[in-house]
Design a protein around this ligand. Structure first.
Ligand code: GDP
Length: 178
């Protein structure tokens, strides 16, 4: 890994936030390893996973940070947000409360991250929407529009829209930094 570092043109830090159990860890696992791990929750603490990809002929290392359970026990610290170029605010389309807390997460982001941080809103667990939906897709779209965020529903379980959501976010970050 070390000798490959020289080939990296950019490192983009992206933070994932949202209520506990909305699927943050699984979205990250899907994007960085194309995996959905049943019960892979690691110990409490800030962690990140990386995936290196090519954007506009530049090697970009996406460093995706996971709260790893911090949100359950205490406020996510400002160190978590520091230097984040992109952020994903995640809610669970089958749990209304997680959508109602989105504004709070966006405020927290705005307070701690840079003004230029690109933010995406993700309604996760779309695979369960047919049976258990509590948030309509247009509600998500409307909120995102109000807050000036990119929006997508997605499923970490099936992989639907996960790649597209992360790539769109990374493309927007690229446009800001390059
Ligand atoms: P976090 O606390 O936000 O990191 O949430 P996790 O990634 O640990 O996921 C919480 C629970 O939701 C776990 O039981 C996951 O297996 C489940 N989960 C996560 N993403 C999805 C999804 O897209 N669809 C379904 N059906 N379950 C999911």
């Amino acid at each position: 890994e070390g000798e490959k570092e020289a080939e990296i043109d950019y490192v983009f830090k992206v933070v994932v936030v949202g209520d506990s159990a909305v699927g943050k860890t699984q979205l990250l696992a899907r994007f960085t390893r194309d995996e959905f791990a049943l019960d892979s929750k690691s110990t409490i603490g800030v962690e990140f996973q990386t995936r290196t990809l090519t954007l506009h002929r530049k090697r970009v290392k996406a460093q995706i940070w996971d709260t790893a359970g911090q949100e359950r026990y205490r406020a996510v610290t400002s160190a978590y947000y520091r230097g984040a170029l992109g952020a994903m605010v995640v809610y669970d389309v089958t749990r209304r409360a997680t959508f109602e807390h989105v504004a709070r997460w966006v405020e927290e982001l705005r307070a701690h991250a840079d003004g230029s941080t690109v933010v995406a809103l993700i309604g996760n667990k779309a695979d369960m929407a047919a049976a258990r939906r509590e948030v309509a897709a247009d509600e998500g779209a409307r909120l995102a529009e109000e807050q000036g965020l990119f929006f997508s529903e997605a499923s970490a379980l099936t992989g639907d829209n996960v790649e597209r959501a992360f790539l769109t976010l990374l493309e927007e970050v690229f446009a800001v930094v390059s």
